[in-house]
Design a protein around this ligand. Structure first.
Ligand SMILES: Nc1nc2c(c(=O)[nH]1)N[C@H]1C(S)=C(S)[C@@H](COP(=O)(O)O)O[C@H]1N2
Ligand SMILES: [Mo]
Length: 455
């Protein structure tokens, strides 16, 4: 996501998904009205208004609504028959939980992106249908019976046996399943200079996490007889029209982490995510996770392809570009409360969010509600896996006053997520990629939550 994000910094208004945000506000306001109505009704009937926490309806004996003991239709009648469509869908009440593209961000819907609704997700796994999408030249539903993966060397002496695998041949090989996050290097790229987008879906939604199943690439290279002493680089190539090509350092392959994957959350990859085969490069920015993977070449130097020397480079304050900065550094974000949401009343809230690092496991997450003046350690929910999303939670009682909510992650290698001030001191403000700064959400007195940056 290079030029689109650049364009966005100049025209943030085109990016705001007003419908999506409005829906969140509307729903929250409506349920707030319902809550207030029932509280007033209870008070009028002589009972104390329910406390903000757990607004349980009072029993009729306590002056509550007598209808509350009436059984609803679904407790009395016959339910629906076994679903006729064999593949299940979410409840119709969850229709607002959608991936969202950003109107005006890109000129075509083929070279574009849709963001995952992080604000609506629990735990660490992204349902396949909500996985963010990034395509440089549109997506395809590739026929797996015709798909092939070729393994070759830039020079015949680097690899003894060039090979071509069909999908069923790959799927006979020993497989592993591992949980990893994938984050586009341009995630949060719109926010380098200033606040640009309203919700966590747009600030951080080029992020997803799945259990991937596939064959360690090392297994294929062993079969092909790679000369690991001399072949220190791998070129990965996709079969779509974008000719996506990236150099992967051989150490990553030798560690056994890089997978040639066909499975995602227990089923085959979705077409949007590279069906039937994609590269999984844990901890590395999304662009190296080549989809529709058709060729792997080993070589004795980095390839310097268009997707690594012109695109996906970091513009530094001195005007030079950094290349091959592929690791996604330690990062976190609070997903509730987050921009566009509304806190209904003062009282108890569970602050919840996600933390991740391309280097290791998450070691701790600290949360602040006063813009970074004081911090409290959050609970990390298991499992806490390397190069994977980690869910964190912390209790909070909101006193109704403006609050700035932030999270700061530390990984097992000791890297700590920077503030915007720290990050900009090194990287400047004109980059696109690898923004891992601490995110701030302002909870206003009205309860409405806004994306802000502290200077
Ligand atoms: N073949 C191919 N692979 C690709 C891309 C692409 O356009 N074509 N986009 C890359 C980028 S920039 C990202 S961020 C990830 C996105 O993966 P997803 O669409 O499964 O979320 O795929 C990467 N692999
Ligand atoms: Mo990307």
């Amino acid at each position: 996501m290079d030029s689109p994000a650049g364009r966005l910094q100049r025209a943030p208004e085109g990016f705001i998904d007003r419908d999506g945000v409005r829906t969140v506000f509307r729903q929250a306001r409506e349920s707030r009205r319902d809550f207030l109505r029932s509280a007033f009704a209870a008070a009028a009937a002589g009972a104390a208004a329910p406390a903000a926490l757990g607004q349980a309806n009072p029993l009729p004996a306590e002056g509550g609504d007598p209808n509350i003991l009436q059984l609803p239709e679904h407790s009395k009648g016959l339910g629906l028959p076994v679903a006729t469509e064999g593949y299940g869908k979410p409840s119709k009440y969850e229709v607002n939980v959608q991936r969202r593209p950003s109107p005006g961000l890109t000129q075509t819907a083929q070279a574009s992106v849709s963001f995952a609704p992080l604000q609506s997700l629990f735990g660490i796994v992204t349902p396949a249908g909500l996985h963010f999408e990034r395509h440089h030249q549109g997506w395809w539903d590739v026929d797996p019976s015709k798909h092939r993966l070729m393994v070759n060397g830039s020079d015949p002496s680097l690899l003894k046996r060039p090979m071509v695998f069909a999908m069923d041949e790959l799927m006979r090989l020993p497989s592993v399943s591992r949980f990893h996050f994938i984050e586009c290097g341009a995630n949060t790229g719109m926010e380098w200079g200033n606040v640009a987008v309203p919700t966590v879906q747009y600030t951080h939604g080029m992020l997803s996490c799945s259990e991937f199943t596939g064959v360690p690439l090392r297994v294929l290279f062993d079969l092909a007889g790679v000369d690991y002493k001399r072949a220190r680089y791998v070129l990965a190539e996709g079969a779509d029209g974008s000719s996506m090509t990236r150099t992967i350092p051989m150490e990553m392959v030798e560690s056994g982490e890089v997978l040639v994957a066909y499975g995602q959350n227990g089923e085959m990859l979705r077409p949007e995510n590279g069906y039937p085969l994609r590269l999984v490069v844990p901890g590395v920015q999304g662009v190296s996770w080549v989809k529709y993977l058709r060729r792997l070449e080993v070589g004795d130097q980095p390839y310097g392809t268009k997707d690594e020397v012109i695109h996906y480079v970091d513009l530094m304050p001195d005007g030079r570009h950094r290349q091959y900065t592929s690791i996604q550094e330690v990062k976190s974000v609070v997903t509730t409360p987050s921009g566009g949401q509304v806190l209904l009343d003062r009282g108890f809230y569970n602050i919840s969010g996600l933390a991740w690092s391309g280097r290791a496991r998450i070691k701790r997450v600290d949360v602040s509600v006063d813009g970074g003046r004081s911090w409290r350690q959050a609970r990390l929910e298991g499992p806490v896996l390397p190069k994977c999303l980690t869910r964190f939670n912390v209790d909070w009682v909101w006193d109704g006053k403006p609050a700035v909510v932030q999270s700061r992650a530390t990984d097992e290698t000791g890297h700590v997520q920077p503030t915007y001030r720290q990050l900009r001191a090194v990287r400047g403000t004109r980059s696109i990629y690898h923004n891992n700064a601490i995110q701030s959400w302002l909870v206003q007195e009205s309860g409405e939550v806004k994306n802000v940056q502290l200077s």
